[in-house]
Design a binder for this molecule. Structure first.
Ligand SMILES: *Cc1c(COP(=O)(O)O)cnc(C)c1O
Length: 381
């Protein structure tokens, strides 16, 4: 009998667990036929705004569209600067360029991989129109400090790219609910995923909420009246239905992620002698006051590529997020950055490796992964 192959993120196991609910919800949409902006959209926006603890949730077609809608609603465009990090998924900076503004990168903190807030103030100029930190791998950067700095500089709006952190908390406050605007993604592999593309925006600001709602729908809230240049950025009703079917299990899934993450860290921190991990190897570190949803469980190793190859041989899927920083991408050549400008981001991109992580990961599989990592480092006899 062949062993089932280990999954990096096991969406099928989740589907099997929730199959009846998901099918019933999809069926309801097929029956009522409101595929665009059907009643599930409102229902989901209500549930999610309550979950995050903010007044408004505006769903969107993806976590990239949602970021772009946020920038457009803040009227950001040519001549403006938006401060973000170069160690993230392309979307974060792509949308800044998409609206005609300039991404200004600052380096990350090597322990959390999030924005090094010590570098923030020096990057602010009269052109800075927003700060867009990323809550990478499932935990938030220090928003208390980021918000304080932003407030000191004429209340620069802060947009959290929470595509990887939906469900995470910082001193008890939920991701997407602690900044001027929070944005998340429902891409299937994200902690809260649908079965296609999807995203959402969160805010307590009534005016921004209305503007973002309008921009999402061709720049207007009434038919044939378009005050803004907008986009077709709506979430499909069927995707909202799928998210509603998954919503009741999400709290349990977040708990599972935290338990599995904690177990990984415990096993991967075993004292030398019982297991061997070379210098420069480290499991992820969750900052004080934070909980993580572990969108990725990301370790670092100076022999990252060797380790990845060894795990692959053992049938263990691992992935590199991200092998290149954004200032290394040709698309951002116009920003005129060079190798060496962001040393911690560059180092992380060469050393990080993400291990299988999902709520249905078994202890057996986890033991196998940890044992393989340990063996891969055993000195040659
Ligand atoms: C996934 C992701 C996005 C974009 O989300 P999509 O829904 O795929 O468009 C943006 N930022 C970060 C950090 C992401 O991981």
């Amino acid at each position: 009998m062949t062993q089932p192959t280990m999954q990096f993120i096991d969406l099928k196991a989740q589907y099997r667990a929730l199959e009846e609910k998901i099918k019933a919800r999809i069926d309801a949409v097929l029956e009522h036929g409101h595929y665009i902006m059907g009643p599930e959209i409102n229902e989901l926006e209500g549930k999610l705004s309550e979950y995050v603890g903010v007044k408004h949730c505006i769903t969107a077609a993806s976590g990239t569209d949602s970021l772009e809608i946020a920038l457009r609603a803040l009227n950001i465009g040519p001549g403006d600067e938006v401060i973000t990090v170069p160690f993230t998924w392309i979307s974060t900076a792509e949308v800044i360029a998409q609206v005609g503004a300039r991404p200004v990168f600052i380096d990350i903190d090597p322990v959390t991989y999030n924005m090094n807030v010590d570098l923030l103030e020096a990057a602010i100029t009269p052109q800075t129109k927003a700060i867009m930190p990323v809550s990478l791998f499932g935990q938030m950067p220090d928003y208390e400090r980021i918000n304080t700095i932003a407030a000191r500089h004429n209340n620069i709006p802060v947009i959290e790219d929470g595509a990887q952190s939906f469900g995470a908390t910082q001193y008890g406050r939920r991701s997407c609910g602690v900044t001027t605007i929070g944005s998340t993604s429902f891409f299937p592999a994200k902690p809260f995923g649908c079965y296609g593309d999807g995203g959402a925006l969160f805010t307590n600001d009534d005016h921004l909420a209305e503007t973002m709602r309008a921009i999402r729908t061709h720049g207007g809230l009434q038919r044939h009246h378009h005050p803004y240049i907008g986009m077709n950025g709506r979430l499909d009703t069927i995707q909202a239905a799928i998210l509603l079917a998954k919503f009741d299990s999400f709290a349990w899934e977040v708990e599972r992620r935290q338990d599995i993450g904690a177990r990984y860290t415990e096993l991967l921190s075993a004292t030398p002698g019982s297991r061997s991990f070379p210098p420069g190897f480290s499991p992820p570190c969750i900052a004080k006051g934070n909980t993580s949803v572990y969108a990725q469980y990301t370790i670092r190793s100076q022999n990252r590529d060797g380790l990845a190859a060894y795990l692959k041989e053992q049938g263990i899927p691992a992935a590199v997020y991200y092998p290149k920083c954004l200032h290394e991408q040709p698309a951002f050549a116009f920003c005129n950055y060079h190798m060496g400008d962001f040393p911690e981001s560059e180092k992380a991109s060469r050393e990080v490796l993400s291990l299988p992580m999902h709520p249905y990961l078994t202890n057996d599989d986890q033991n196998k992964i940890v044992a393989s990592i340990s063996v891969s480092f055993e000195p040659e006899k």
